[in-house]
Ligand binder design. Structure first.
Ligand SMILES: Cc1cc2nc3c(=O)[nH]c(=O)nc-3n(C[C@H](O)[C@H](O)[C@H](O)COP(=O)(O)O)c2cc1C
Length: 204
């Protein structure tokens, strides 16, 4: 396993990238994060620092209690949402328990995030939230779908609030190439992308 502080996501795509512990001493207040939350669609090309990336992912859906519960609630505590990252180097899956990223596909596949917005600027990182409704093991398929969509939206908002507080450009989007992403990420039948957050440092 390679530590993010040693390699960085800026480096060549690696099989496993260990994330840093979250920095709990960030100075921005909760109210400032809300005040600064907004959608911004112009991104600098630089990759996020290892600490910004690690802190963002912890805020998004990291483990915040000893029993394994997360920063984001999930219906029936089913943890049906997975977070994938598309960067210039590869596509990765966030593993909250191991605090790491695992490589899913090498190469720059960020254009899949454009979907019906063909001119959308490529962000340093696109976070794609998928839901797997079967994890609810719930007989009402409609309600499972609703819970999955809500769970993904909550994680998206965690990302947006972190970005507001951290001064990162960010926009939540439902536009994306759904079949292209399902193929790239080798999503099993029934698992679908719900929403993405495009994130980077603001364009200068
Ligand atoms: C569910 C949802 C879907 C969205 N989809 C897109 C999208 O596909 N493309 C896009 O550019 N912005 C998208 N947005 C961003 C909205 O356009 C944006 O939040 C809205 O204009 C309000 O601006 P604000 O976020 O700065 O308050 C989406 C936002 C939400 C909540």
């Amino acid at each position: 396993m390679i530590n993010a502080t040693m390699s960085g996501l800026n480096a060549k795509a690696r099989e496993v990238i260990k994330l840093n512990e979250p920095d709990m001493s960030r100075p921005v207040t909760m109210m400032q994060a809300f005040a600064q939350r907004h959608s911004e669609r112009a991104f600098a090309p630089e990759m996020l620092t290892d600490q910004d990336l690690s802190d963002l992912l912890w805020a998004a859906d990291g483990i915040n209690r000893p029993d394994g519960h997360r920063t984001a609630p999930s219906g029936m505590n089913a943890h049906d949402v997975d977070i994938y990252l598309l960067t210039a180097e590869g596509a990765y899956l966030f593993n909250p328990a191991e605090k790491c990223l695992t490589l899913v596909a090498e190469g720059d596949h960020r254009a899949l995030i454009r979907g019906p917005q063909p001119d959308f600027p490529l962000p340093a990182v696109a976070f794609v939230m998928t839901t797997t409704p079967s994890r609810f093991n719930f007989p009402d398929a409609h309600l499972a779908e609703v819970m999955g969509n809500v769970d993904a939206g909550i994680i998206s908002q965690n990302i947006s609030l972190f970005c507001g507080g951290a001064g990162l450009a960010n926009v939540p989007r439902v536009s994306m190439d759904y079949p292209g992403l399902a193929a790239l990420l080798r999503l099993p039948a029934g698992t679908t992308p719900v929403i993405n957050n495009c994130v980077g440092y603001p364009a200068r």
